[in-house]
Design a protein around this ligand. Structure first.
Ligand code: HEM
Length: 514
């Protein structure tokens, strides 16, 4: 005892310092350690264990987000989704979060988790980087040059895909628009002949559906059993066999292009060629090139189709809006010698407003900006994001919040037009009112995501959507089937909402003066 007393007397200050440092490290680890999240409130805790919360999320997911939004508008919170705990980031922190580097919040790893890439043999980050490079550098930059072709393809495809419609004719909207979008996009992705082949259409349309089916079915297995569940999920085998078929179709197409290049022929101006021109620079094989084409279709075709279908469902129950939009299209075209140039499309500002309002009212997914936290980080308000967690933001709730947009429950065709030209009060107080355009991403409107990974295809999509809608509205009258006046309800699946793909509307060709 005496020895201990002597030691304490002699080394007391040193031991005390060690104790202070040890305690500080311990407290800091507990508070901000890589997996520490208890400072974030947990929505749904009343359901009990993680497994019970996960099950409750399957049926009440939307309520979880709504509750979290009401309770913690300006604070991050947690909830347990299908793949485990997620951290939901409030709108005001998005400006800060979007600037975090990719090695801190990672979109590719988020897609790996959301889309079950490991089990579906997908998710090559080099391929994704290559595809984004082509979309940004060749497709978007070339839009003004490409637009006349896109416009001609749109006119031709609408004539091909719609029946004659000499009298009122019923059309299944989603299916028809899907083929239109696949052909029109395909004309720019792979060329105007191949995009019309049924093999290409099957690959570009069917593959995405097979992929969505496989992911949905696989997710029904609990996360820890998916590696084995994959072998009992026929939808996964279907996806893999369809991928093989798509490669069998695309392989020879690529070989022919290579042979034509070697022979010094004039080469087409399409995404396949832009890819061939740059693939060596990226050190990728022709096999990966075929996969890149498939991924391009997956990113582009269904997203664009869902958007056009939603807009048509919104418009068909509002004949007065159709008339106003039509007037705008006619007067813009008159000022542009009847040609749908990129500038003419930009001038269709009411149409742009209708498109954005349709996205606001039908946000598709409740959440956006899904990222995987790869390295822990603490935000300026003290919110700690531990590594290994998924983060996201409740976009759908923000765009329907009366403090963000006035009378959010009303479909106001002119909402974004009036915000752009300053005739409505802008609750968001943007200095640059052009931020209310369809293609603009802001922390308040994340339909196309946000930050450096915001959808790179949105400029192409916006042009294509405007061209399709403008041509349909100019050449056809549309109306609901007899006796129906209500907009077709969306189908809710978990936290996503889709337009009903089975619904029909009536088309009749507008008689032009002889
Ligand atoms: C209206 C149609 C479309 C919608 C609603 C849409 C929506 C989105 C969203 C929400 C993201 C995630 C962004 C983020 O989390 O920050 C995204 C990413 C992406 N989109 Fe789109 N998209 C559309 C059309 C297209 C088209 C036409 C293309 C190709 C031409 C395309 C290519 C991509 C790619 C490659 C990414 C990944 C970007 C990255 O990882 O950096 N999208 N899109």
């Amino acid at each position: 005892m005496d020895q201990v007393a002597a030691l304490l007397e002699e080394r007391g200050p040193v031991l005390a310092s060690i104790a202070v440092v040890f305690t500080t490290v311990l407290v800091a680890t507990l508070l901000f350690g890589s997996n520490h999240v208890s400072h974030l409130p947990l929505v749904g805790s009343e359901y009990g264990s993680t497994d019970k919360r996960r099950k409750a999320f399957i049926t009440n997911g939307i309520d979880f987000y709504k509750k979290g939004y009401e309770m913690f508008k300006s604070k991050a919170y947690r909830l347990t989704a299908l793949d485990g705990d997620r951290i939901v980031i409030p709108r005001h922190l998005m400006e800060e979060v979007r600037q975090l580097p990719d090695d801190v919040i990672n979109i590719n790893k988020a897609f790996d988790i959301i889309n079950e890439h490991k089990h579906l043999q997908m998710g090559n980050p080099k391929l994704t980087a290559f595809m984004i490079h082509i979309i940004r550098g060749d497709l978007t930059r070339g839009l003004t040059r490409i637009n006349p072709r896109l416009s001609a393809e749109t006119d031709q495809t609408i004539r091909e895909e719609l029946p004659p419609c000499d009298d009122w004719t019923s059309v299944v909207v989603y299916q028809t628009i899907l083929r239109m979008v696949a052909k029109i996009s395909g004309a720019i992705f792979i060329g105007p002949e191949l995009c019309r082949s049924e093999d290409y259409l099957n690959a570009s349309i069917g593959y995405t559906l097979d992929f969505l089916n496989a992911v949905t079915k696989l997710k029904q297995w609990s996360k820890r059993w998916r590696w084995i569940g994959r072998y009992f999920t026929p939808e996964v085998d279907k996806l893999l066999s369809e991928r093989k078929k798509a490669h069998n179709f695309l392989g020879p197409v690529i070989e022919q292009r290579r042979a034509a290049m070697k022979a010094g022929n004039d080469m087409p101006d399409d995404a396949l060629q832009w890819m061939l021109n740059k693939i060596d620079e990226f050190g990728l094989s022709d096999e990966v090139l075929a996969e890149t084409q498939l991924n391009l279709s997956m990113a582009a075709i269904h997203t664009t189709t869902l958007t056009v279908t939603m807009i048509l469902y919104d418009l068909v129950v509002r004949p007065d809006v159709i008339e106003e939009v039509r007037e705008e299209i006619r007067s813009v075209l008159a000022a542009h010698d009847g040609v749908m140039t990129s500038h003419a499309l930009f001038e269709m500002k009411l149409l742009d407003s209708v498109m954005k309002e349709s996205q606001r009212v039908n946000p598709g997914s409740l959440v956006r900006f899904q990222r995987y936290v790869d390295k822990p980080v603490t935000l300026s308000d003290g919110t700690h994001l531990p590594a290994g967690y998924m983060i996201e933001t409740p976009h759908a709730l923000a765009v329907q919040d009366p403090t963000v947009y006035q009378n959010p429950e009303t479909f106001d065709a002119r909402r974004f037009l009036n915000l752009r030209n300053g005739t409505t009060e802008d609750l968001l107080k943007y200095k640059n009112k052009e931020q209310h355009q369809f293609v603009t991403v802001t922390k308040d409107f994340l339909h196309f995501g946000y930050g450096r990974h915001a959808c790179p295809g949105r400029f192409f999509a916006a042009n294509e959507i405007k061209l399709i809608l403008a041509r349909i509205l100019l050449d056809y009258d549309i109306r609901m089937p007899d006796g129906q006046t209500e907009r077709y309800a969306n189908i809710n699946m978990g936290t996503d909402a889709f337009p009903d793909p089975t619904k029909e509307i009536l088309f009749k060709r507008v008689k032009t003066a002889a």
